[in-house]
Design a protein around this ligand. Structure first.
Ligand code: FAD
Ligand code: MLT
Ligand code: ZN
Length: 476
């Protein structure tokens, strides 16, 4: 393996190949997953500076039979972007490849390198007078390559779709080290199999995304945010229907947050001043993006909330007066993940269910969990507008988090995923499979679909060097 390291240093330069040989080098940033659940050990962290270097690195690894784990911002929540603990895998970090290559205003596209941090991509779009709508709590550190690798969702999916729907073209280094130049900004191209959509969401198991052409949108003339207390999950679903009817495509965000989830934000970040949470089991965050002006947006929003109050699906509401207040409300929503991590270890789920069935799913599954684990605390929140819940299970008050995971993680996952199946849902809506759900996927995914996935993996990566063991498991 020393020969491989020498080869990689020759390709990328000594400074960009980090190993444990130098005891002063701390590789935690690349080896430890965001939730600090798994710490791997890499043979080396390699940081190429351009696509040709990525291709040469992959060729060198393929020749040596070394596995490659592509990594962006390392904010993934399913342990897909860190190496295993064998000390034999190469972490291929795209962090140095962060350039905005081009903006095409007439075509409404932006072409960026994979390591571009999402927030920087949003800022580049804004500076050019456009909106890049993908938005998620990790946007200050996640990268567009990781967003594409996981087909990330976030808080604007309702109107603009997942990362997949925002992508028009890719540049990819294949598992053989060849470069696929697919950076077309075309909205129509029916010349065969859709390789772009195959790569998106493949979690680094089929190739390395090195650049992407993404869609841009006109900036809305006005954006308003409201925070509503709702008496039940059923009421939240009714409010969603009403908002869709009245705001149409103006409804760009619809997030639900349970009382316990908000209590954690209140406990760990009291300065954020969470509104209304003490008086209601659920709160909803709504965003109205208007193409006319703020007065129009406000009158639409107020009429919607009045109708909802009259219909009984909202018990109280506040509309942000200005951008600062709106940002504050969104900040509360985005802080749930951190507050939950501060509270201690927990069992995280990222499920999707048809929206209409979510109230029954939550009521039934809450009751089953409470029966099995007296005192269990449910950290429920998520993208209700997309039917996507982060249905998280926290240990009873005072319980030891490690013991809770050891004793309950598998049975809680089975209970929740069985319920998801019964309600025709998916065990991963937006975070992906990674390593965390790899054992469960065969139990809940259609066997024919799995067989086709295995065939694709075998065809594109016959050596099984691209992120092995993730998505499909280690036997592939
Ligand atoms: P990484 O974590 O580095 O990698 C993720 C996966 O993609 C790995 O399998 C990796 O191998 C692969 N990958 C990375 N780069 C490439 C590449 N260039 N080519 C091929 N494969 C690659 N996710 C959501 O969907 N919605 C949310 O609302 C959301 N909110 C979050 C909030 C917080 C606070 C945190 C910590 C995470 C959140 N996430 C969310 C999860 C995470 O941010 C996303 O999955 C994100 O897309 C990961 O990007 P990354 O650059 O950090 O990827
Ligand atoms: C979110 O919606 O905030 C994210 O997906 C992160 C999480 O599930 O904790
Ligand atoms: Zn989410």
């Amino acid at each position: 393996m020393n020969l491989l390291i020498d080869h990689l240093r020759h390709i990328c330069g000594d400074a960009h190949v980090l190993t444990h040989d130098d005891p002063s080098t701390d590789l935690s940033a690349w080896e430890l997953d965001w939730r600090k659940r798994i710490r791997g050990r890499a043979l080396a962290v390699v940081r190429p500076g351009n696509t040709a270097e990525v291709a040469a690195v992959v060729k060198a690894c393929a020749a040596a039979g070394a596995a490659i784990v592509p990594q962006g911002g390392n904010t993934g929540l399913v342990v897909g972007g860190v190496p295993d603990n064998t000390g034999t895998q190469i972490v291929l970090s795209l962090g140095r490849m962060h350039a905005v290559r081009a903006i095409d205003p007439a075509n409404l596209t932006i072409t960026v390198e994979a390591g571009c941090v999402l927030q920087n991509l949003q800022a580049a779009a804004e500076a050019a007078g456009f909106l890049f709508p993908l938005s998620l709590g990790a946007e200050g550190s996640c990268t567009i390559g990781g967003n594409l690798g996981t087909n990330a969702g976030g808080t604007q999916v309702l109107r603009y779709g997942n990362t997949r729907e925002l992508c028009l073209g890719l540049e990819v280094v294949t598992a053989q080290g060849d470069i696929w130049h697919g950076l077309s900004g075309l909205r129509k191209d029916n010349t065969g199999y859709d390789l772009r959509n195959l790569m998106i969401g493949s979690e680094g198991t089929l190739g390395v995304i090195t650049a992407a052409t993404m869609k841009l949108y006109p900036q809305p003339a006005a954006q308003l945010t409201a925070w509503a207390a709702v008496p039940s999950m059923q009421a939240a679903v009714e409010l969603l229907g009403l908002a869709q009817q009245r705001l149409g495509p103006g409804l760009t965000g619809f997030e639900v947050m349970g009382q316990f989830a908000l209590s954690l934000v209140d406990t760990h970040y009291p300065q954020l001043r969470v509104p209304l949470w003490q008086e209601t089991p659920w709160c909803v965050l709504l965003e109205n993006s208007d193409s006319e002006n703020e007065a129009h947006a406000r009158s639409q929003f107020e009429a919607l909330l009045e109708a909802a109050l009259n219909a009984g699906c909202v018990s109280d509401a506040v509309v942000a007066e200005n951008l600062t207040q709106a940002r504050g409300l969104w900040h509360i929503r985005e802080s749930i993940t951190l507050a939950q991590a501060d509270e201690g270890l927990n069992i995280k789920h990222d499920i999707s269910i048809p929206v209409s069935r979510i109230p029954d799913f939550v009521a039934e599954t809450d009751a089953l969990l409470a029966h099995h684990i007296p005192g269990v605390r449910m950290v429920d929140f998520g993208h209700l507008g997309d039917g996507n819940l982060h249905y998280n299970v926290q240990a009873p008050q005072g319980a030891d988090g490690n013991a809770f995971l050891r004793d309950y993680e598998d049975q809680v996952n089975t209970l929740v995923f069985d319920q998801v199946k019964r309600f025709d849902g998916s065990i991963s809506a937006e975070h992906g499979v990674g390593e965390l759900k790899v054992g469960k996927l065969p139990l809940y995914k259609d066997p024919t679909a799995l067989a086709m996935m295995r065939a694709v993996k075998q065809a594109l990566d016959p050596q099984n060097i691209m992120n092995p063991g993730r998505v499909l498991g280690s036997e592939e």
